[in-house]
Design a protein around this ligand. Structure first.
Ligand code: UD1
Ligand code: CA
Length: 417
């Protein structure tokens, strides 16, 4: 393919989110939406996309890898102004310029490949990725002339009633011939309700100059979902979750009820593991093969389960490593723990891992037997094959020796096994 440059627009305020967090950092399935767009650019093999930051740019920048090419849009004067800022960083680049918006995270590589292929093969000046929506409100509408050629895009705020009825929308993704983009940008004026420089105005400008404008329609309209509000965020989140769960099922993991199972992006799960309903598994968690998790389990960051682990109902696990064949079947809190193999953890076990701002570790060695309702006031160490009696409170800095039974409050040694 010819040379392709990519611009990612991420400078906007995201006012409709009514958020203290910059819009593009809001997560979908545990991952900031901006990261999905970066991954897309990477999958397309685009070397160095130029990302335009503006609103709270220091904060957004921190979430990017250090090598990313970034430009700052000083005044948020609209999408055309943002593209202009990016062009200055592309320094006379000649070829195809693909514009991506950071608030459209569901796009798939195939759809953009199709768009680029069409654009390049047909030597088009501007090719718009469009979608046909039953409910097009909120999006820019595609205007066509009597020969059905695209003649412009009108934003919803500036559209008349007739135009509002148009169901073909601008997804926001457009690719340009670099010369036509630079040329067209010069003529954009902020003559609209928002008094912004709209990138979308470039279409009618190029049309009037006799340039070739065309469009490619996206087949799966869900991909085009732009996130401007919290309800769109929830919708996109649900769609992304569906993809993630589908992918796990394809890889041989049983998800009993995908609609009530929430697994973050990037989680790893081994084959033949079963996840029961109402389970939340957060980013970075690793689960081995043949495990059982849930129902109503919450596995948080830093959790690692080896093979054949069973974690039953009503438990929370965080920053914990659990080795193979260990079982915790009923309500538990395991935080900052290191648990060996073949350990049986009784109902109601709690690691009291947090003390005045400090988190401490609970270590439980292989084949230990933890009685129901045991409380570990960390840091504690429980030896190999050791036993705690029901209701024991194992106090801070206790080291229970291998094959020893303890019980009571505080737990005292009963006997060597
Ligand atoms: C935009 C399109 C609209 C399209 C829709 C698709 C324009 C004028 N309108 O509308 O036709 O149907 O996307 O989702 O382009 N941004 C900047 N700098 C700015 C303003 C915005 O970088 O000064 C960035 C935002 O961070 C965002 C993207 O550009 O990632 C789009 O801006 P947004 O305000 O969300 O545009 P929409 O109203 O959704
Ligand atoms: Ca948007």
């Amino acid at each position: 393919m010819k040379k392709i440059a990519c611009i990612i627009l991420a400078a906007g305020k995201g006012e409709r989110m009514k958020s203290d967090t910059p819009k593009v950092l809001h997560p979908l399935c545990g991952r900031p939406m901006l990261e999905y767009v970066f991954e897309l650019a990477k999958d397309l093999k685009i070397k160095k996309p130029v990302t335009v930051l503006g609103h709270r740019h220091q904060e957004v920048r921190k979430s990017l890898s250090p090598g990313e090419k970034v430009v700052i849009q000083k005044r948020l004067a609209g999408t055309a102004d943002a593209v202009k800022c990016a062009l200055s960083a592309l320094k006379g680049f000649k070829g195809t310029v693909l514009v991506l918006y950071a608030d459209i995270p569901l796009l798939r590589k195939d759809s953009i490949d199709k768009l680029l292929k069409y654009h390049i093969e047909n030597n088009v000046d501007a090719t718009i990725l469009t979608a046909q929506l039953d409910k097009p409100s909120g999006y820019g509408r595609i205007l066509r002339d009597k020969y059905s050629s695209v003649l412009g895009i009108v934003e919803e705020k500036d559209a008349d009633d007739f135009q509002k009825d148009i169901k073909e929308i601008n997804t926001g993704i457009i690719c340009f011939k670099s010369e036509s983009l630079s040329e067209g940008l010069k003529y954009i004026r902020p003559n609209n309700r928002k008094k912004e420089y709209y990138l979308t105005d470039i279409i009618s400008i190029l049309y009037k100059k006799g340039k070739l404008i065309d469009s490619v329609r996206i087949s799966d309209t869900d991909e085009a979902l732009g996130i401007n509000s919290r309800s769109e965020l929830a919708k996109a989140n649900a769609l992304m979750q569906k993809r993630i769960n589908e992918d796990f099922m394809q890889k041989g993991i049983t998800i009993v009820d995908p609609d009530s199972t929430f697994i973050s992006y990037g989680v790893k799960i081994g084959r033949n593991t079963t996840i029961y309903p109402f389970t939340v598994i957060e980013r970075g968690v690793k689960i081995g093969k043949r495990c059982f998790v849930g129902p109503f389990a919450h596995l948080r960051e830093g959790t690692e389960l080896k093979d054949d682990v069973t974690l039953g109902n009503f438990l929370e696990v965080v920053r914990s490593k659990i080795s193979s064949k260990t079982i915790a079947k009923h309500f538990c809190y395991l935080g900052d723990s290191r648990i060996g193999q073949n350990v049986n953890i009784g109902a109601g076990t709690v690691t009291a891992n947090f003390d005045r701002g400090k988190k401490s570790i609970t270590e439980i060695k292989d084949r230990a037997n933890i009685g129901s309702d045991t409380i570990f006031v960390a840091p504690v160490k429980i030896g190999k094959g050791a036993i705690t009696g029901a209701g024991s409170v194992v106090t801070k800095h206790t080291k229970v020796k291998d094959w020893t039974a303890v019980a009571g409050v505080p737990a005292r040694v009963l006997k060597k096994r």
